[in-house]
Structures are given as structure tokens and as C-alpha cells.
Design a protein around this ligand. Sequence first.
Ligand SMILES: CC(C)(COP(=O)(O)OP(=O)(O)OC[C@H]1O[C@@H](n2cnc3c(N)ncnc32)[C@H](O)[C@@H]1OP(=O)(O)O)[C@@H](O)C(=O)NCCC(=O)NCCS
Length: 199
Amino acid sequence: MYEIRNYHPSDLTALYRICLKTGNSGKDATDLHSDPEIIGHFYAAPYAVFEPELSFIAAIDNAPYGYIIGTKDSTAFRDKCEEEWFPVLRERYKMPAAEDTSHDAKIIRLIHAGLIVKDEVKDYPAHLHIDILPELQGQGIGRKLMDTFIAKLKELNVPAMHLEVGKSNLNAIQFYEKMGFHIIHEYEQSIAFGMKFED
Ligand SMILES: CC(C)(COP(=O)(O)OP(=O)(O)OC[C@H]1O[C@@H](n2cnc3c(N)ncnc32)[C@H](O)[C@@H]1OP(=O)(O)O)[C@@H](O)C(=O)NCCC(=O)NCCS
């Protein structure tokens, strides 16, 4: 039986692994990347490191099988990452050549661009990422993680949250709609979903 618990620093490598195992529009991205850490450097680790109180783990026997991670204030989080997270990674992963279309290169370009808080989501200050390993999907754990995350945001008096999902990830889109998110904005390849909390 699984439990939902707070993040512990010893979970960090598992977060990198789960991020990679679900990083190809919800499917395993292991074969896409020659550097297995790169996707977690952008999508997982900074949240766990800088926002541990908003990082929750679905675990069996304390071993992580899924997570929800995020921030209550996307703008402040972006600034923190600019100061303390991305500079080291930009040294380590140089900007790829323009003709490099590899998946590693795509993530490295994101690392160099940094987090971008788009105008459309300004009224939704929190944002999140949720990923669960395939063997535990479809058992109500996503909903539990989401409920836990929302309860924490409400406790912190955060008024609203957003997330962005690729249009090819139809499973996640259906999940977010089921959770009560509404579409804030549709981009060419992705959708920004939002949720406002009642007072
Ligand atoms: C998307 C994800 C987080 C959903 O978590 P989950 O544990 O599988 O979802 P749950 O079992 O908690 O489902 C919650 C509700 O959403 C519905 N739902 C989930 N996936 C669905 C789908 N593909 N189609 C229709 N409904 C779906 C469930 O039926 C359930 O409804 P109910 O509570 O009324 O019965 C999980 O499948 C996952 O990690 N996928 C891979 C990674 C990923 O794509 N992450 C999102 C990146 S943006």
C-alpha cells in the first residue's frame, strides 16, 4: 500500500529517475536522452531543493513512485533559480549549436532560457509538476497528490495555480480536466491550465 508523505532530501535521485521515466509526454524518455539527469535538472530537482514544503511523494515502503512538486510563487521561484540553480548548469551544459535537434539540446536550451512566467498565468501564482511511475498510475494516487498539494497552497493563502502540459499528453490533459482545471491559454504545442481557489 502506498502513502503520501513529505519530500525528504534522500528522495532526490528518485525524483530525477521518475522525471526521466515519465518525461516523454508521460511515457519513458530514457532512450531519448544521452544524459539521464538533464530533464530532472529542469523539471524536478529545483522544486524539491527550493520548495520542499510543497514537494510531496507517493511512496511504498518509503520508496518514491511518484511526486507532485511546485512553487507557491512562480515569479519568486524563477528569480531564485536564476540566482542559485541555472548559473551552474549553464556552465556545465553549454548552449547547443542551432542545428542540434537532440532531446538533450532541447532541455539545455530551456536551462539557458530559464523559467518563463508567461503573462497569461500572472493571476495564477503557483505552479506544479506531477509524475507517477506507470505501475502506480490509474489508482487514484494522482488525485491524492493533487488534493495534498492544493490543501497546502490553501494553508499558505495562495489564490490560484497553473501548469502547462504538452498537447500530445492526452492522458494528463484528461486528468487535469477531471481535477477541475480550466484552460487559461492554448499555445501551438501546449495548454496552460489553471485553478482558482474559493475564499
Ligand atoms: C497524469 C497522472 C499524474 C494522473 O495520475 P493517476 O494517478 O494516473 O490518476 P488518478 O488515478 O488519480 O485519476 C484521477 C481521476 O482522473 C481520471 N483520469 C486519469 N487519467 C485519465 C485519462 N487518461 N482519461 C480519463 N480520465 C482520467 C481518473 O479516472 C480519475 O477520476 P475519478 O477520481 O473521478 O475516478 C499520471 O497518470 C502520470 O503521472 N502520468 C505520467 C506523467 C505525466 O504525464 N505527468 C503530467 C505531465 S504534464
